[in-house]
Write a protein that binds this ligand. Structure first.
Ligand SMILES: Cc1cc2nc3c(=O)[nH]c(=O)nc-3n(C[C@H](O)[C@H](O)[C@H](O)COP(=O)(O)O)c2cc1C
Length: 191
């Protein structure tokens, strides 16, 4: 079993990466393989709306010029997918939105290839907007026919400077319960 996480922060190894690592701790306890791809420092562009993925149906974005096709392949080979993002102006980062739009169209063009995988969103913020950003991530999972585990709070951690989210005990605890629930669901669904 494998879970792939995408860190949509423009800042590598920051608060969003830290939250992902706490979810991973619980998954690893259950022998679930984990991998994180950080989108920071990547040149990523959004969907060009060419609709060629619907003609080609080859599980790839027609524009094979950045990391997105690698991300799509990683999504397909995994049983669980984590999309994580800091809050930027009350919503998700443009990097994670580009992944959502392009992977989302490719998946729908290829017989909903992500259906029934387990999906979880994670958001960091300094002050406000996390819940709206969290909803944006969940829109992806829900339209892909994916299954979303919950936690004891929405999957949000609070912090501004790199590493500051470690002080948000409730946020960290929320990540651990999310990891436990994700592992439980993966095993129950026999993935
Ligand atoms: C361009 C930009 C916009 C931001 N907008 C918000 C915001 O709307 N609300 C908020 O609470 N924090 C906002 N922040 C703060 C980040 O969400 C916060 O620092 C977060 O912990 C960063 O995560 P990272 O360390 O993984 O990059 C913004 C940061 C940046 C760079």
């Amino acid at each position: 079993m494998k879970v792939i996480a995408f860190n949509g922060s423009a800042r590598k190894d920051g608060n969003t990466a830290l939250l992902i690592s706490h979810v991973f701790e619980e998954l690893q306890k259950e022998n679930i393989h984990t991998e994180m791809i950080q989108l920071a420092e990547q040149k990523i562009h959004g969907c060009r709306a060419c609709y060629k993925c619907f003609n080609l149906k080859n599980k790839k974005c027609f524009f094979d010029d950045d990391i997105i096709n690698t991300c799509i392949a990683k999504m397909e080979e995994s049983d669980g997918i984590i999309l994580a993002s800091p809050t930027y102006f009350g919503d998700i980062s443009s990097e994670i939105k580009a992944l959502i739009d392009r992977a989302g169209f490719v998946a729908r063009a290829n017989n909903n290839m992500l259906a029934r995988k387990i999906g979880a969103g994670i958001i960091t913020m300094r002050r406000a907007g996390a819940l709206h950003a969290f909803d944006s991530l969940n829109h992806f999972f829900l339209i892909q026919s994916m299954i979303i585990p919950g936690s004891v709070y929405w999957n949000i951690g609070i912090g501004r400077e790199k590493g500051e989210v470690a002080k948000d005990q409730e946020g960290i605890n929320t990540m651990h319960i999310l990891g436990e629930n994700m592992a439980w669901l993966l095993k129950k669904t026999g993935k």
